[in-house]
Design a protein around this ligand. Structure first.
Ligand code: HEC
Length: 107
């Protein structure tokens, strides 16, 4: 009986920990970013590979762009299409935004 209670408590703690750790790929998918950004082929927007190449070593700049605090560096003529998406990334917590950026830069 005691053992069952202990394992139930441990199980809950593991679930809570999983929910707290931000999942960059999950955020990318759930926010619909993948509709315009493919892993390596250009779609409506630049590919994740191109984004990673542009922002390599400049994670801070990418965070600023997604916070709406820095201008686009890539396809500036198409920024109008991307601009509306920033409402979604501006609403993310610091940890979520960091996880999202890590996911994009991993390409
Ligand atoms: C409706 C299509 C569309 C969706 C959805 C979309 N984007 Fe974009 N994105 C674009 C286009 C077009 C560009 C090219 C314009 C530009 O460079 O800003 C772009 C550019 C970018 C860039 C490069 C910025 C730069 O420096 O030029 C990043 C990073 C980016 N998007 C991230 C995201 C993320 C994260 C999401 C999901 C929250 C997302 N996008 C959703 C169309 C989209």
């Amino acid at each position: 009986m005691k053992k069952a209670i202990v394992s139930a408590v441990v199980g809950l703690a593991v679930m809570a920990g999983g929910a707290m750790a931000a999942d960059g790929e999950g955020i990318f998918k759930s926010k619909g970013c993948g509709a315009c950004h493919k892993p390596s082929a250009k779609g409506v927007g630049p590919s994740l590979k191109d984004i990673a190449a542009t922002y390599k070593g400049k994670e801070g700049d990418l965070i600023k762009f997604l916070r709406g605090e820095a201008p686009p560096k890539m396809d500036t003529g198409k920024f109008n299409i991307m601009k509306g998406q920033l409402a979604k990334t501006k609403a993310l917590s610091d940890a979520e935004l960091k996880a999202l950026v890590d996911f994009m830069l991993s390409h």
